[in-house]
Design a protein around this ligand. Structure first.
Ligand code: C2E
Ligand code: MG
Ligand code: MG
Ligand code: MG
Length: 285
């Protein structure tokens, strides 16, 4: 057994070292990628549950890696953790979103609100509001999605006051992945976000389970009590879309409506679906 244990350690140490080297390399490449403009937002539309007009879209970062191709956040968000690099990534995404928006607008496309994910690190930056003010963003042009899991326990005073200032500026704050973290209802009451996004792990099971449907229905009721709008994420089928609309969920996002699209494809999508109130065609995936 002893020999066995040592064997395991001998295998484990090199593997750990390899992992560290890989992470360090990836971190260096990411810094380079940020400078080179290789980190770009894709966009996934959100529609009104009743009219199916496009009301917003979420910016989702992708890394056009020189060797590995298009990488999803799961491949690199862990290595940025929640420090300076995460804040830098979020800033890069925001600037790119604003640039894309200008391109669409100058092509005559009516651009809906763009919802941007923000890390705890970025939210806690004392200079966040000054930075935003310098960019002269029209208040209803963007909103910020905060992960529910970063709430309350982890929010310092700067982050809390930044949330209040954002709301003051007219930039909507949304709770992301609602129902998968902690302190959810306390957080809602305390921070009064404009919207909450029900986590797709709660949305997906509603088709098969009455219990899960009631659960989502209860969240919609709580949100209504607090005058908070509800977005369902992970809407994968027509049946999901119909049930969610019936439950009183106002906004839908998911593969049944559209996949995340590149800026060019999104521009084509908005143009194709009409200039003012783009109508989404729901499809089963
Ligand atoms: P999220 O904010 O909850 O974004 C929704 C995720 O669900 C996206 O994954 C999206 O592609 C995926 N999705 C959309 N519709 C469906 C569906 O119908 N079914 C399923 N199974 N999935 C669906 P993605 O793009 O891989 O992003 C993962 C996470 O990475 C995001 O989760 C968000 O937390 C984070 N993230 C993305 N972009 C940024 C960013 O610019 N900054 C920061 N800080 N985080 C980001
Ligand atoms: Mg999000
Ligand atoms: Mg989410
Ligand atoms: Mg998520």
């Amino acid at each position: 057994a002893k020999k066995n244990g040592r064997g395991r350690i001998e295998r484990f140490l090199p593997a750990m070292k390899e992992q560290l080297i890989r992470e360090r390399l990836l971190t260096e490449q990411l810094k380079q990628g940020l400078e080179n403009g290789d980190l770009v937002p894709y966009y996934q539309v959100q529609v009104d549950a009743r009219t199916r007009a496009v009301v917003a879209m979420e910016a989702l970062v992708r890394w056009q890696h020189p060797e590995h191709g298009l990488l999803l956040p799961e491949a690199f968000l862990d290595i940025v953790a929640d420090g300076d690099l995460a804040a830098q990534l979020d800033e890069t995404v925001l600037l790119r979103v604003l640039a894309d928006r200008l391109v669409w607008q100058s092509a005559g496309i009516a651009v809906p609100r763009i919802s941007i994910n923000i890390s705890a690190g970025r939210l806690a930056e004392p200079s966040l509001l000054q930075q935003l003010a310098k960019l002269h963003i029209e208040p209803d042009a963007i909103s910020f999605e905060l992960l529910e899991t970063i709430f309350l326990d982890e929010l310092d005073d700067t982050a809390l006051s930044n949330i209040q200032k954002l709301k003051h500026m007219g930039i909507d704050v949304e709770f992301d992945d609602f129902g998968s973290g902690h302190a959810s209802i306390v957080g809602l009451v305390k921070l009064k976000p404009k919207r909450l996004k029900i986590d797709r792990r709660l949305v997906f099971p509603i088709v098969a389970s009455a219990e899960q449907t009631s659960l989502v229905s209860s969240i919609v009721d709580i949100a209504r009590t607090l005058n908070i709008e509800v977005i369902a994420e992970g809407v994968e089928t027509l049946e999901h879309a119909e049930i969610l609309a019936d439950l009183g969920c106002q906004i839908l996002q998911g593969y049944a409506i559209a996949f995340p699209l590149s800026a060019v494809d999104l521009g084509a999508y908005l143009r194709q679906h009409g200039k003012q109130a783009a109508l989404a065609v729901l499809h089963d995936t």
